[in-house]
Structure formats: C-alpha cells, structure tokens
Design a protein around this ligand. Structure first.
Ligand SMILES: *Cc1c(COP(=O)(O)O)cnc(C)c1O
Length: 467
C-alpha cells in the first residue's frame, strides 16, 4: 500500500487533537464544545492554506497554539474600556459620560437583585418606573412632570408621534440640525409621521414666520438648540417666550430640544454657558428634551420635562412602552440626578464635570511624569514633548468654546504618514486601547481625561513599534 504523503493527509483529525494530552488544559478553561469548534475552525483554515500554497503541514503543537489563541480571542469581550485621550470629554463613539461611583453602585444593586422598578411598596400595587426619577427631575428643573426614554432622539420621536402624527411641525430653517451618526431633524420628522414646515431663513427667523405657518394642521412648534454649530453675523431667532405665547393661543405644545442641556449653570463653574431646561421651562416651553449622557453626566437616556397634561398624554402613547429605558438606566440616572442636590460636591463626584474642571496644574504635572516614561517605551521611535492643546466638551455641546489643556505630542523621528499611523495603531492595540489623535506631524494625547495614570504606564512596555 502506498502511504499518502500529501500535506493535507498529514493533518491530524479533530479527535486526535481533542484527546491530545496538551488539550486537557484548554478544555478545562474553555469547555469541550468551544474547544472542538475551535479545532474545526483552525483545521479548516490550515487546510485552505495548504491548498493555496506549498508549505509544510504544522505540528500538533503549532496547531494547538493556534487553537488556544483563537479561543482566547473569542472569549474576550468586544466592548471594553479604553483611555479616551482624544481631548473630547463627551465622545459619542467612546460612550460619552463616564458614570459616578454612586451610579455604578446603584446599577450593580439593581442588576443583581429584584427591585421595585414598577411596584409601589407602600400599597403593594403597580407602579411606574418614571417615579424613581420624576420628583428629583421636577425639583431641579422647575417642571410639573417628567418622563424618561432610551435617548434624546427617542424623546423627540415620541413627542412628535404623540402630538403631531399626520400633522405639520413648523421649525426654523436655522435649526434643521444634523447630529453625528444619522440624527437629522428633517428625517426624524418624516420617520415620526410628521410634515416638517420650514420657516424663516438660515440666519434669520421671526415670530411672524411662525405665525404665518400655523394652520389647523399644525401639531406643535419645535425649537432645536443648534448644539454643534453657530450661526454668526446678521442673525435673528425667535425667543422662547414669544413662541410659547404663540403656541398657547394656537392651543398646541411648544417643544424645545436642548440636546445636551445642563442642570447647573456652567458659567458658575467658569465653563462656557449651555442652555438649561430650567430657563426653557421658565420661558414657557411646554415640553423640553435633553440627553442623560451629555452634560448631565449620566447614562444614555432621553429626558422629557414639562406640563403635566402633555407628559400624561406622552405616557399613554404605546410608543412610550417601546422607547422606555431599562432598570439599569433608571438606577444609574436616579443616582446621578441625586448628586445634583448637593452642587457643592458635584465637581468632585461627577466625572464629566470633574474632567472639565480639572486644574491645568494637575494635568501638567501628569504630563511631566509621563513624558520621560513614554519616551523610554518609544525606544528611539520618536520624541515626546509637552504641549498646550484644547479640549472640548463634545456631543454637540459648546462647539466653539474650547478648554485649555495639556497634552503630550509624540513625533516620530521619521517624518510621514506611515510612522504616525504606526504609532496610533500601537497605542490602539495596547491591552487597554489608548485613543489619541493625529495633529500636524504628531500623535497627540490630551491628558485631561486620564485618571488611571499607573494603569496607563504599566502597559507601555507592550507598545509594539519598530524601535
Ligand atoms: C445630541 C442631540 C440629540 C440626540 O440626542 P441622543 O441622546 O444622542 O439621542 C438631539 N438633538 C440635539 C440638539 C442634540 O444635541
């Protein structure tokens, strides 16, 4: 009989690898099912390689290394922590607000155990999940009532669907915003079953423009905070007070989408001013919406505050059920909102505010400590220098007002895009990925949001660059 010496025939069977001595440890870590699937996947890959090219078949040991490598890769979670050194404090792609410890403790408790999410303990009857946050939100904003949904986009859709389904919604041409990642006011309107009626011009919209647009077909008037851009020069916008009066006489709700919004006066803290739901309510808005995970510093959520009768109608809409947030969000949001009752300690407890208010001296001393250690890790690949840079709040808040910060600019010895890209890749591929930005000829890390300095340093020896 002729022995088949083709490389393919020399590959071991799934069973041989599964019962090999060195597989015992792999099976005890990952389980038999996953190990068997990984063996199949690796053998398939290797078989393909052998067909495509003329290489020698791998040894069992090499195969098992590939198999455990695949299993480790598959067991690692896809969603993980990163270092946000982009200089954008509320970075939408990096998960926006980091939660305060109080919120983490609250959601951990509710995650582990049953809770009174929709249950009135005093009477043993059915409750409403909004009750856990509604009183606090009303007290802080001066609103009569409040409700919470999955995010601000959902809040707007729910309002449009409740009051303007099949109706017209006059909105200023200066406020037809697009927020990053496909949120566009005109599209939200049409998807919510409303007809957008554009009024005014890009730079100027007057009360008379709204007056002329109102008809029996009008469902509501919406004012959108132009969160991520500024119209400057010869401009005019209609005040909330005037629109509120107009809507009152037309018996339709006046809705304000604040986007980020803030429950504190940011200028009290020396930060650029962001509109507050308190002001809009005072100005007569019937409904105001804002995000939970922008300046508020909480979990992803959309908060609607306003008149009792309008909030009640919203809660009766079956869409509310589809857009409501889960118990983890309710727990975290409730804990975050409670922190606002003690504004003196807010800057210390709420990471978003803490990061925005971090003293330059603190950021600078971190930069001075890190610079030489990063230089060592770079192993002559590049130089590190401390630079002044500008952080921004992000998520559309205060786009033109940046905050002075300190960063480290890492400049490769060899000029050009390839070494810069290699540097950014190497930092991104660390166990805890570091996300910086490329600025001019350097890779820039803004240290404003760096909290775990030692964790950052400890992994630098894994930086994989051609030194
Ligand atoms: C961010 C923003 C939204 C969307 O809020 P999400 O919470 O991300 O859904 C809507 N309108 C404005 C003006 C915004 O700035």
């Amino acid at each position: 009989m002729i022995k088949n010496t083709s490389p393919l025939a020399q590959l071991p069977s799934v069973d041989r690898l599964l019962t090999a001595d060195i597989t015992v440890d792999i099976i005890s870590t990952f389980g038999r099912t996953a190990t068997k699937n990984a063996i199949r996947a690796v053998l398939n890959n290797v078989r393909q390689e052998l067909v495509d090219s003329n290489v020698a078949p791998p040894t069992d040991e090499t195969l098992l290394k590939k198999i455990s490598g695949l299993l480790i890769q598959e067991a690692a979670p896809s969603l993980k922590a990163v270092f946000n050194l982009t200089g954008t404090v509320l970075h939408t792609n990096l998960g926006r607000a980091a939660l305060p410890e109080e919120a983490i403790a609250a959601l951990e408790e509710v995650a582990r155990k049953p809770s009174n999410l929709e249950y009135k303990i005093a009477t043993g009857s059915r409750g409403d999940r909004d009750e856990h946050v509604e009183n606090q939100i009303c007290r802080l904003t001066g609103a009569e009532a409040a409700t919470v949904v999955n995010n601000n986009a959902a809040a707007i859709m729910l309002i449009l669907n409740t009051f303007a389904l099949g109706k017209e919604v006059p909105t200023s041409r200066g406020e037809l915003v697009e927020i990053g990642g496909s949120f566009r006011i005109p599209e939200i309107m049409s998807q919510s079953g409303c007809k957008l009626v554009e009024v005014g011009t890009t730079n100027r919209t007057h009360l008379s423009d709204f007056k002329n647009a109102i008809s029996p077909k009008t469902g509501l008037i919406m004012k959108v905070h132009t969160s991520n851009y500024v119209v400057e020069g010869f401009t005019a916008e209609t005040s909330e007070e005037a629109l509120s009066e107009l809507c009152k006489s037309a018996r339709i709700p006046f809705v304000v989408d604040l986007g980020s919004g803030s429950l504190i006066n940011l200028d009290d803290f020396g930060l650029p001013k962001e509109p507050t739901p308190m002001d809009s309510i005072k100005n007569g808005a019937d409904l105001v919406t804002f995000s939970g995970d922008k300046m508020l510093g909480g979990p992803q959520a959309g908060i609607i505050v306003g008149k009792q009768n309008y909030i009640s109608e919203i809660k009766k809409n079956p869409m509310k059920r589809a857009l409501r947030c889960g118990k983890l969000t309710v727990a975290a949001l409730s804990a975050v909102i409670r922190l606002y009752d003690n504004p003196e300690r807010l800057a210390e407890r709420l990471p978003t505010l803490r990061h925005l208010l971090r003293p330059l001296s603190e950021i600078r001393s971190m930069a001075r400590n890190l610079a030489p250690q990063i230089a060592t890790a770079l192993n002559n690949f590049g130089t590190v220098s401390e630079i002044e840079c500008e952080s921004q709040i992000g998520s559309g808040a205060l786009p033109t007002k940046n905050i002075q910060s300190i960063g480290l600019a890492i400049t490769p010895q060899i000029k050009g895009g390839a070494p810069l890209a290699e540097l950014a890749d190497a930092f991104r591929n660390l166990p805890i990925p570091v996300i910086g930005r490329i600025h001019d000829d350097s890779y820039l890390i803004d240290l404003r949001c760096l909290e775990d300095e030692n964790v950052f340093l400890e992994q630098l020896n894994k930086l994989n660059i051609e030194g």
